[in-house]
Design a protein around this ligand. Sequence first.
Ligand code: T46
Length: 143
Amino acid sequence: MRSLNIRNCRLIELPKIGDDKRGFLSIGESRKDIPFEIKRIYYIYKIGDLSVVRGQHAHKKLEQAFFCIHGKVTFLVDDGERREEIELKEPNKGLYIGPKLWHNMIGFSKDTVILAVASDYYNEGDYIRDYDKFVDYMHKGEK
Ligand code: T46
């Protein structure tokens, strides 16, 4: 598994049990494979416009892990200094994204299903949805 040059961000590989006949089963346990306590799950699916860009924000405190359990997606992750593109297309290979990372999702396929697990409940106040404000936040912190 390659390591990423972005802080607060890394690839996750879940165990994959099974074979071509029975199929496969992958497991992610809180505080083991997933590096936080999971409080929420959500999923993204039935993307009609494959050129759409989702995400386009950073979180102040939220930690998340993403698994593309069907199809493919590319995450563009930006820590304010460096950027990296990570394509997810295998159900047992995921991406941990910690706080203070700008992230976009692009490169969907018709059948993309993204499973997200998050460290906290939904809170719009935790989002930074403007890139200039994100850069500012990274330099000055919250005012
Ligand atoms: C993230 C990326 C990767 C809720 O009401 N509850 C929720 O738990 C979530 C996740 C969203 N919403 C509402 C907020 C918006 O009105 O659902 C609507 C769509 O959410 P958003 O535009 O933020 O969707 P994405 O795909 O751009 O972002 C999502 C997550 O929101 C975000 O945390 O990191 O996926």
